[in-house]
Design a protein around this ligand. Sequence first.
Ligand SMILES: [Zn+2]
Length: 246
Amino acid sequence: MCATCKDQACGLNACPTRRQALRVFGATAVGLAFVGSGWAKEVQAPPKPQNVLSPDASLQRLIKGNERYVAGETRRHDFKHEREALVGGQNPYAGILSCADSRIAPEYAFDSGRGDLFVCRVAGNFANAETIASLEYAVAVLQVPLILVLGHDSCGAVEAAIKSLRDNTTLPGHMPSLVAGVAPAVKAVSQQGGDTLGLAIRQNVVDTVAKLSSATPILSAAVEQRKLKVVGGVYGLRDGKVRMVT
Ligand SMILES: [Zn+2]
């Protein structure tokens, strides 16, 4: 059975529903791989047409939203209306890989509504297999044009990794996996002196941007085709401003 139109007799390659869905979003070779799967309904119509943006326009929208947030001029979001519009699907305009820190809330920091941001969060905002897979879904199926890796100052996860590596101690429970995630950035800046925490936070964002940009086969192909940009920023706890680092 065709997963796009649910027609028992439909040959997938000739499916008119599928062709229409691809036209709506200007499907890429990347997206083609997923059409015909159970995710195909995600690309049938954009519930938020204003979210269909180029990578550069997406970044500008994030920056403008953060400027409103910093200035205390956030918009009133009509969650009831948005809830109804989003029942049938989603088309977020950006993907965010953020630290799990409760003080960093991407939807607030970029003055965004529901259905606007596809957010993955893990303490230390590094990319593991699950977050890469989630962002692959965002790019290949939801046509997200931009991924922002969002670190923040005074990051406890990075600080814990610095101490663990410096003192050669092991954190309890599953927390060593967080240390392993940010360890490459900590080691890269450990000989530089100065503000090791600040340098490691920045390096971790830079490394994660590079890892996502080169993640084969989906994200790297989308970057090559200029369908996707991957950028990085650091959120300032004191003023709420996101400062771009890549
Ligand atoms: Zn953090």
